[in-house]
Design a protein around this ligand. Structure first.
Ligand SMILES: *[C@@H]1O[C@H](CO)[C@@H](O)[C@H](O)[C@H]1NC(C)=O
Ligand SMILES: *[C@@H]1O[C@H](CO)[C@@H](O)[C@H](O)[C@H]1NC(C)=O
Ligand SMILES: *[C@@H]1O[C@H](CO)[C@@H](O)[C@H](O)[C@H]1NC(C)=O
Length: 486
């Protein structure tokens, strides 16, 4: 007995130690709001137990939480299991789409920002310390300028005769709202600042940026208006896409914009790239405010984009425009003088859409037929046949497993001229997303001869697929049956 009591005692101590060594606070839907409301600052990791990157982050997050708990006042790191059903609504209310997602909550949760720092302990500590320091630091010396203003990034400096009053308070509020993305500083001495008129005494807000006019001054102090002005000024007229990581935040912003996207790809090392760039900037200036955002990309850094759009290097210099409904327009081998009329035709709705497609196969005599974007109309919609169409990706394991089964299904129907079994490489061909809502690979759709489209959701066995087709197929429409009946 005594022995087992001692064991229990030891176990309790051990459990207590484990519990007391957890510095990361666990939150869930039941106590999240209440707990966050009491914090001036808290960073929360939304994770899923099965996610590999979360498992890698966990010990770093814990180590950082321990270090930050020694701050004066202590800073808390927390976590929410966003995979738990009862936490899913909470996670989606903060727009958590992948794992891990880390959010920073300020002033009781009244400001919510994305954590954009590193994922290892010391990096987390440094980033959080910066995020919990005053939002704007004072510039008093050239050394401060060197430490606080990085001209390769956006920095906002408030110039004030003194640091009090409503304008200064509003500047500080702006800094709190935007600090996760932009560095802020303030000074009474504009002479210390890089370029621009240095005789200012303020109040004035000066934004430094590494593109376009390099510097913008605001004399507006309404926080909401200022936020919009800053947003507009921190988006480049033409976003640059090359291998320089300093440009990547602008590229992300570009792709998140609700505008139509005009992208020009060319070889930045070629002789005439300057002529293209300057013409393209002129066009961007001319079409400003008309719902189009502009990007110029170096072909050397754009392999991913080329694959995505189905483009070839021989086509550069090229302009591709994508609208939000997925429609694309392409002009390959452009010359600078084409660009203004190309944009005008786009805005006027005069361009023909571009479809990404593999070449139509010359022979298509295997049991499973090959569909590409350019023959999809003929082989699926206008064939008058019953078509089972597999959307696959070349890299997808489940698709490879399905391939021999699909072959057997096709062989089973070889005697039936009304039935076609086909496949389309969904990564290399555009297809209409309305009828075909493909969310993963493989996805199978069945189009009956009369045109009814439904997703096949049965088991991926020969028996089930054959039965499904037998049950759902229509008799194929005879080419001229309408005439005969007249
Ligand atoms: C919140 O609730 C969860 C589940 O009941 C619990 O594990 C966690 O310790 C609570 N957190 C706080 C800070 O009370
Ligand atoms: C400060 O900001 C508030 C809220 O945005 C605004 O109502 C007020 O007019 C601003 N003050 C000045 C001096 O612009
Ligand atoms: C870009 O141009 C340079 C210089 O003419 C050339 O060496 C390079 O191969 C070109 N790159 C591509 C992808 O065409």
């Amino acid at each position: 007995m005594a022995c087992s009591c001692m064991l229990v005692g030891l176990l309790m101590i051990w459990l207590y130690r484990v519990a007391s060594e957890e510095y990361v606070v666990t939150l869930d839907a039941s106590n999240f709001t209440e707990f966050v409301f009491k914090q001036n600052f808290i960073a929360v990791e939304f994770y899923a137990p099965w996610c590999g990157h979360c498992k890698k982050l966990a010990p770093e997050w814990e180590k950082a939480a321990k270090a930050l708990s020694e701050n004066e006042p202590p800073v808390i790191l927390a976590k929410v299991d966003a995979n738990e059903d009862h936490n899913k609504k909470l996670a989606s209310s903060f727009d958590v789409k992948g794992f891990p997602t880390i959010k920073m909550f300020r002033f009781g949760g009244s400001i919510v920002q994305d954590y954009k720092g590193p994922r290892e302990a010391q990096g987390i500590v440094d980033y959080v310390n910066k995020q919990t320091a005053p939002a704007s630091a004072e510039i008093r010396s050239p050394e401060d300028v060197a430490a606080l203003i990085n001209l390769k990034k956006i920095t906002i400096v408030g110039v004030f005769p003194d640091f009090s009053g409503e304008k200064f308070e509003n500047f500080t509020t702006l800094a709190e709202r935007l600090r996760a993305d932009i560095d802020f500083a303030h000074t009474t001495n504009a002479k210390l600042l890089p370029h621009g008129d240095s005789s200012l005494s303020g109040p004035i807000i000066r934004l430094f940026k590494p593109f376009d006019e390099l510097l913008v001054d605001f004399e507006e102090f309404n926080v909401d208006v200022l936020e919009k002005l800053v947003e507009a000024s921190s988006t480049p007229l033409v976003t640059l896409f090359n291998k320089d990581p300093d440009n990547h935040p602008y590229v992300i912003k570009y792709f998140n914009s609700p505008n139509a996207k005009a992208m020009m790809f060319l070889n930045f090392s070629s002789d005439n790239s300057d002529a293209f760039t300057s013409k393209y900037r002129d066009v961007a200036e001319q079409f400003k405010g008309q719902g189009v955002s502009f990007l110029i990309g170096d072909v050397e850094a754009s392999q991913g984009a080329f694959q995505y759009f189905g483009l070839q290097e021989e086509q550069v210099p090229l302009v591709i425009i994508q609208t939000n409904d997925g429609q694309k327009y392409l002009k390959a081998n452009v010359v600078p003088d084409h660009i203004p009329s190309l944009l005008k035709d786009f805005v006027d709705g005069k361009l023909q859409p571009y479809k990404k497609s593999e070449a139509i196969p010359k022979v298509n005599n295997k049991p499973v037929k090959v569909v590409v974007a350019d023959n999809l109309e003929d082989m699926v919609f206008n064939s008058g046949k019953n078509v089972l169409l597999e959307f696959y990706a070349p890299w997808c394991g489940h698709c490879k497993k399905l391939a021999p089964i699909l072959d057997e299904v096709a062989v089973a129907f070889q005697g039936d001229v009304d039935v076609v079994i086909a496949k389309i490489d969904a990564t290399a061909n555009d297809y209409p997303h309305g009828p075909f809502d493909v969310k993963g690979y493989p996805t199978l759709f069945f189009k009956s001869a009369s045109g009814k489209i439904s997703q096949y959701e049965g088991d991926r066995t020969k028996e089930d697929m054959v039965n499904f087709i037998q049950k759902n197929k229509d008799k194929a429409a005879q080419q001229d049956s309408g005439k005969d009946e007249l």
